[in-house]
Design a protein around this ligand. Structure first.
Ligand SMILES: *Cc1c(COP(=O)(O)O)cnc(C)c1O
Length: 359
């Protein structure tokens, strides 16, 4: 439809980012899984990532993995969220490996795999302090021993996740702990754990600094290759593109209005009580874009002289007073995206995707 918000995607920049990350990690004997959940596993973008020579694909949602298989992507694929007990058949059928922390689920995967005559790979997640998923360190050996007894599943490694719930940063210390646990499991359980999966984009900083402990040999990277940012460490990654994605929306009103609403203040459309600073009369643009399209806190105007004042389900209001160039009704405004902005806009059915190559 004419004038819909557009998510413009530069496929070449995504490929270049991927190559840069794969090269850096490759120099340290680390495989890179390209994480596709940030863009709902859009096949065009998946192709761009594959062109960057990743060692496998990974997604947190089985729905995305099934879709990839149906589109004939045959790369090694890891499920990044603990499988639902109710969905183990699909996990075995469509994914090569999954991250796990519950013996009940691993037993169900084993049963399903035996029935299908397959072997499903298990990465056992260990909680090293971020307190999202993973077994506690003291239970690693016992769990490895239990999983090793099962047929249909093969425990191939240990993994950990950081910077998600607790915001805990990956460090030399916590990654060394993973290596130590692998050593213990290998000596006492007689298994070989060939994968040590040391986190996502937030671990790249350690790789850059050459401080990632030897033995960590897999990272699962989404944000870095897509946006060139590392939110957990609060940084832009200088050697990556930051503008592979941009969002464009059309201006539907431009007016000068007071900065403080007139009348008694109740709740806004989302039940919050709004507060406003009085900055006098301001020039404001309203965009045909709202919370139903994108997580507004996850986008920022490309023109740093503009600020988003707020949004409701279908409208976003931008202060354009300080902007140099004139904005008229019918013009488009451009926004950059954070990870949450990317997640929401790529999943929105109201936003049209346009693909570009080159600069
Ligand atoms: C989403 C996810 C990743 C990717 O994280 P980025 O910060 O986007 O690189 C890695 N591992 C797990 C388990 C995830 O769920």
């Amino acid at each position: 439809m004419n004038g819909c918000p557009i998510l413009e995607i530069n496929l070449d920049k995504i490929t270049e980012n991927t190559k840069a990350v794969v090269d850096l990690c490759g120099n340290h004997n680390i495989d890179v899984l390209g994480v596709t959940k940030g863009f709902s596993a859009d096949p065009r973008i998946v192709e761009a990532i594959i062109a960057g020579n990743i060692n496998g694909l990974a997604d947190a949602r089985m729905e995305n993995i099934v879709e990839l298989r149906n589109k004939n992507f045959c790369q090694h694929t890891t499920l990044l969220r603990i499988p639902r007990l109710s969905n183990v058949d699909n996990v075995v059928k469509y994914a090569d490996a999954s991250v796990n922390s519950e013996l009940t689920v691993i037993r169900a995967l084993s049963k399903a795999a035996i029935q299908m005559g397959k072997v499903h790979d298990i990465i056992l997640m260990v909680d090293l302090g971020d307190l999202r998923e993973g077994i506690m360190q003291e239970n690693v050996l016992e769990t490895v021993l239990q999983v090793n007894k099962l047929s249909g599943v093969s425990i191939v490694g240990l993994g950990t996740n950081m910077g998600c719930f607790g915001g805990v940063l990956p460090s030399v210390e916590n990654l060394k702990m993973l290596i130590e646990l692998k050593g213990i499991a290998e000596s006492y359980a007689g298994v070989r754990l060939r994968v040590l999966s040391g986190g996502g984009t937030s671990t790249l900083l350690l790789v850059e600094n050459r401080s990632v402990p030897a033995g960590i040999n897999q990272l699962r990277i989404g944000e870095g290759i897509l946006l060139g940012t590392d939110t957990t460490n609060n940084r832009k990654i200088s050697w990556l593109h930051h503008d592979a994605f941009r969002l464009r929306a059309e201006v539907i009103e431009v007016k000068e209005k007071p900065s403080v609403p007139i009348g008694e203040i109740g709740k806004d459309a989302f039940g919050n009580t709004p507060h406003f600073a009085d900055k006098g009369i301001r020039k404001r643009a309203i965009l045909a874009l709202g919370k139903q399209d994108v997580y507004i806190e996850g986008i920022y105007p490309k023109d740093r002289n503009c600020t988003i004042l707020g949004a409701s389900s279908d409208h976003t209001i931008v202060d354009i007073t300080e902007r140099d160039a004139i904005i008229k009704v019918g013009d488009k405004m451009e926004f950059g995206l954070t990870y949450s902005g990317l997640l929401s806009s790529s999943a929105s059915r109201y936003i049209i995707k346009k693909y570009r190559r080159g600069e």
